[in-house]
Design a protein around this ligand. Structure first.
Ligand SMILES: Cc1cc2nc3c(=O)[nH]c(=O)nc-3n(C[C@H](O)[C@H](O)[C@H](O)COP(=O)(O)OP(=O)(O)OC[C@H]3O[C@@H](n4cnc5c(N)ncnc54)[C@H](O)[C@@H]3O)c2cc1C
Length: 465
């Protein structure tokens, strides 16, 4: 592999406009790190592309040598797919241009953008693109996997708001796709992850919004069960303007947390209301009535504040492990299981994240995009978060055990962006009846599985010529 990366370097260095970083080069160590500190790899070459022709050259050189190649936008792959040992990383972090057309409510973003760069540019025109909840997340990985966030119920998934893609495929050619051009590829890219090529530009649909009402509160351990039962029933009837996320966790020992709750298991509710604040008041009050009154707050926040408020909760370099799934209905025994689990969390940063989707995301037909399940509204993400390698075994086994207990009540299916790197056997489950079509598109565009560091859809084996 080391020889292969040297060969790729030699074939690239004369024509490459960005930087080619080999181990030992200045900037290599910083460029090597990805968000999940559990995944520390040493690539043989990091190709920091400056434009589309750099991406084409990197793909061409890599496929000629057969070197293992990872693709990186923001480096937030929970599974750690955006790096590798010995091989090459195509790093898009120099390609972060965002162009907004306020009249048409459209934007074009380059393949290396972080969510924050999109929000900053679109808010200048009073517009939003529905994406994720942490601004340092990469846009490409998030959108290609689906993309859920505060605005999913109101405006749909991120991938539902993409009108076109430009990508470099495994044979290094440039393809465009949209509803009319290469429609199969357009279908597959909306949920299919990085299986089909390196997306260098996304054409996005935007919506007017500059602020929301944000309401937050903590429910003590004794009230979590009642809160979850209420949330489960309440959200089924809730208007699209309401998004209510609940994290089950140990409350931080922070000043803003009521003394009685510090260091104790709690349910942390975060709600947003995207409509007229008056119209949302009764919904928010009802939800907050199940929280400790000293922990409750409700205020209008700018969209940019909303999008950055969780940034410091998920810092780069900590150790993370995740497992996720959908529920059609959150039954009482699943609720009991979660409530019991909070009391045994091995790390105080670990969370059981619960969100209710539905709304605009559920109005798109199941087979209109490759994205996983739209019919099961409850999405659960078990996210372990700890700092020291000595905690690896305990945190990982805690997640696995809880997942196995909850699994029988879940609806088969999984959101590929909330999967770990050890769940390749669940990838067909993510696509279900869409699997054969995914395999066909993969076989057409990437018959040798050049793009395989992802939640992989292997191509069909082609007969020898
Ligand atoms: C702190 C944090 C918060 C998150 N919040 C949310 C959230 O609110 N909603 C949500 O839906 N998800 C969320 N996620 C999950 C997130 O969607 C995935 O981790 C996603 O892969 C991150 O994208 P990235 O570009 O940073 O990933 P990277 O690690 O850069 O890439 C991941 C994979 O995406 C593919 N890829 C990346 N760029 C390209 C490209 N230009 N062309 C083709 N393929 C590419 C490659 O296969 C690559 O292996 C979050 C993750 C983290 C770590």
């Amino acid at each position: 592999m080391v020889e292969a990366s040297e060969e790729v370097y030699s074939s690239l260095y004369r024509r490459f406009k960005g930087d080619l970083l080999r181990p030992g080069a200045s900037g290599y160590e910083d460029a090597r790190a990805i968000w999940n500190g559990m995944v520390a790899r040493t690539p043989g070459l990091i190709a920091c592309c400056s434009d589309v022709s750099d991406v084409q050259n990197a793909i061409r050189a890599a496929s000629e040598t057969g070197i293992l190649t990872a693709v990186r936008c923001g480096g937030h792959s929970l599974a750690g797919f955006s790096t590798c040992d010995g091989g090459m990383v195509i790093d898009l972090s120099r390609m972060r241009q965002v162009t907004v057309d306020p009249e048409a409510r459209r934007a074009r973003i380059a393949g290396g953008c972080l969510l924050g760069s999109i929000d900053t540019a679109t808010q200048k025109a009073g517009l939003v693109f529905p994406s994720g909840v942490v601004s340092h997340t990469g846009a490409s990985g998030l959108i290609l996997g689906g993309g859920t966030g505060w605005l999913t119920r109101r405006f749909g998934l991120s991938c539902d708001n993409v009108e076109g893609f430009t990508l470099v495929t495994a044979d290094s050619s440039i393809e465009r796709c949209n509803a009319k051009e290469n429609p199969d590829l357009f279908w597959a890219l909306r949920g299919g992850g990085g299986n089909f090529g390196v997306v260098t530009e996304f054409e996005l649909k935007l919506h007017p919004l500059t602020s929301v009402v944000l309401a937050e509160g903590l429910s003590p351990e004794a009230d979590i069960r009642r809160l979850l039962e209420c949330w489960r029933d309440f959200m089924a009837e809730a208007p699209l303007d309401l998004k209510w996320n609940i994290d089950l966790r140990v409350a931080p020992r922070a000043k803003k947390v009521p003394t009685a709750l510090r260091g104790r298991p709690v349910a942390s509710s975060s709600l947003i209301w995207t409509g007229d604040p008056e119209a949302g008041r009764s919904y928010l009050q009802r939800a907050l009535s199940m929280c400790n009154p000293d922990s409750v707050s409700s205020k209008i926040v700018s969209f940019l504040n909303l999008q950055t408020m969780a940034d410091s909760d998920f810092p780069h370099g900590r150790r993370y492990y995740t497992k996720s799934g959908y529920f059609t209905y959150l039954d009482d025994s699943s609720i009991d299981c979660m409530v019991e689990a909070v009391a045994t969390m091995p790390s105080s940063e670990t969370q059981i994240e619960l969100a209710y989707l539905g709304g605009a995301a559920a109005r798109i037909a199941a087979n209109d995009t490759a994205f996983g399940d739209r019919s099961a509204p409850f999405i659960m993400n078990l996210l372990a978060n700890w700092s020291d390698a000595s905690g690896d075994a305990g945190n990982i086994s805690w997640i696995r055990e809880l997942f196995n207990q909850l699994r029988p009540a879940m609806k088969p299916g999984v959101y590929i962006n909330f999967m770990s790197g050890d769940e390749q056997d669940r990838v067909p489950e993510a696509y279900q009846e869409r699997w054969e079509r995914m395999v066909a598109v993969k076989t057409h565009y990437d018959p040798n599985n050049f793009f395989r560091l992802n939640q992989n859809v292997p191509p069909r084996k082609l007969p020898l010529p």
